[in-house]
Design a protein around this ligand. Structure first.
Ligand code: ADP
Ligand code: GLC
Length: 487
């Protein structure tokens, strides 16, 4: 089976969020599950990807290529490599004019055009290598036009005639709304992109909507989110399209890549540990506190946050009550994140008011994210919505009990300790309200005082199975379903 897997980010090359973790792990798990599978991953070559460090070589055999956007030929190059310890081939699309910008994602007018280039280049490279994909697997709006391109822009090419498309939604809120003109540049029927057309939405050409309409199969990253996006509350205006396609929509929970996230082997940690020997976790906790100039007696819990500071993540729910909780209770809060300036400001002010209780690093730091997962006792994710969420799973595997809003993938992975005393793995609340979040923090801090209950929950959490092998088997079923839709 030949698979083209297109993504805008991928671990270990470049990452801003969970999509990168998925793109780095799922293709490898697929090839483990089915040795006869051949996967080509396509990704932009952003300025920050150190090609030589990752063993990429320039595809001299291809030389300089051109993709035509509308009537403008845009030159690009290709770099070739592999996902670590695997046969999965990776192609970096090298077009500095499009991809060497300050950030991966921009608000520039040509944002959609940048990713149209990526998608057309992927087809171009497949043609040049005479690679006939059985499955073209897109992820989020940045690569969501590939199903439509298969039906229209490349319908003439025999090579793609057997290909079927799968679109994975990692976050429905980002839709790639752009000018209908770009539909023409992408080789798609412009009448679909203008008002009244199937790709049109909110006065714009919606790349994501085009994908949802045209893909043979649609997946999203948890069963609960798959149901939620078919409702007006979390459907982001696409609930109608999604419910119309519910027979082709599958929720598959993400896995955890234990090559990167395993407290027994994690190279970022001061000490190692596992469910059977928790000793090393105390050393990680002490080291983490020290890193922030903090200390805490054993009965004072350390609560961690690692997150993009975006509206989605629900930190606005902390604003009215967290200061009061910090005054009333003994706990430590360690925050790693960056994003919305007002949320960065909120955490900065907390750190200034409570220098002995709050540790803050504003920025992105891979190693620190691991040290927080290991060193904290609990981990806070009050997300308004969460398609899957990876950090609550990392937390559980690191024996760090998650405190979460019961939504999306958080609902599918965390079992509340009070609701299920014998099976609980964390704390979850149903109403996304500041007082409810505060009450749940109190509940977690109270529970921490009973170390027998807490440790039993830690062990249960650490024994959860979040393997990518389970997820890969489900994706292979979806691929089969797509292939059975061949005429
Ligand atoms: P999302 O993709 O919506 O941001 P996920 O929970 O799926 O949420 O994945 C987020 C990923 O990004 C996790 O691997 C997390 O550790 C990482 N991450 C988020 N913010 C930071 C940061 N400031 N520094 C390091 N890693 C971060
Ligand atoms: C998105 C979602 C997150 C999910 C990740 C990977 O960024 O916000 O919940 O875990 O994609 O699928």
């Amino acid at each position: 089976m030949n698979v083209c897997f297109a993504t805008s980010e991928c671990v270990p090359f470049v990452k801003t969020g969970g999509l990168a973790d998925v793109a780095g792990a799922l293709p490898v798990a697929l090839s483990r599950a089915r040795p006869d599978i051949r996967i080509k991953v396509f990704l932009p070559l952003y300025a920050r990807i150190p090609v030589f460090d990752h063993g990429f070589v320039h595809a001299d055999d291809l030389g300089e290529l051109n993709v035509t956007l509308g009537d403008e030929p845009v030159p690009y190059h290709v770099w070739y490599g592999h996902l670590p310890d695997s046969e999965v081939e990776v192609y970096l699309i090298d077009c500095p004019r499009f991809f060497h910008r300050g950030t991966l994602y921009t608000d520039h007018v040509d944002e959609a055009r940048r990713f149209i280039l990526l998608q057309k280049a992927a087809f171009d490279v497949m043609q040049r290598y005479a690679f006939s994909p059985d499955i073209v697997h897109s992820n989020d709006w940045q690569t969501a036009l590939m199903p439509a391109m298969l039906r229209h822009a490349y319908a003439w090419d025999e090579r793609f005639r057997q290909a079927r498309s799968v679109l994975s939604i990692h976050n429905l809120a980002y839709q790639g709304l752009t000018h209908p003109h770009y539909a023409w540049e992408a080789g798609l029927p412009v009448d679909h992109a203008v008002p009244g057309g199937a790709y049109h939405m909110d006065g714009a050409f919606s790349c994501l909507r085009a994908g949802l309409v045209e893909a043979d199969q649609i997946t999203t990253v948890s069963p609960t989110y798959a149901a939620e996006i078919q409702t007006p509350l979390l459907g982001c205006g696409l609930d109608g399209v999604l419910s119309a396609r519910h027979n082709d929509l599958t929720g598959i929970l993400n896995g955890v890549d234990t090559a990167y996230w395993n407290p027994r082997t994690d190279a970022h940690l001061a000490a190692h540990y596992g469910a059977g020997d928790l000793g090393g976790k105390a050393a990680c906790r002490t080291a983490l506190l020290a890193e922030f100039g903090l200390s805490a007696p054993p009965d004072v819990p350390v609560i961690g946050i690692v997150s993009r500071l975006a509206d989605q993540k629900g930190f606005d729910l902390l604003v009215p009550e967290l200061e009061q909780v910090l005054r009333e209770r003994e706990f430590r809060l360690i925050v790693l994140g960056s994003g919305a300036p007002w949320l960065e400001g909120f955490f900065r002010s907390l750190a200034a008011i409570f220098p002995d209780k709050v540790g803050l690093f504003v920025g992105y730091d891979e190693g620190l994210s691991h040290r927080i997962e290991a060193g904290a006792d609990a981990f806070l994710m009050p997300s308004h919505y969460e398609p899957c969420g990876l950090n609550q799973m990392y937390s559980m595997l690191y024996g760090t009990l998650p405190i979460v809003h019961h939504t999306g993938g958080l609902a599918d992975t965390v079992r509340d300790l009070d609701e299920h005393p014998d099976q609980g793995t964390g704390f979850s609340f149903h109403d996304a309200r500041p007082d409810v979040v505060a009450a749940t923090l109190h509940r977690a801090i109270d529970t921490f005082q009973d170390q027998d209950i807490w440790r039993a929950a830690m062990r249960r959490a650490m024994q959860q199975d979040f393997s990518w092998d389970r997820a890969a088997a489900s994706y292979l079923n979806v691929y089969q379903r797509a292939l059975s839709q061949r005429p």
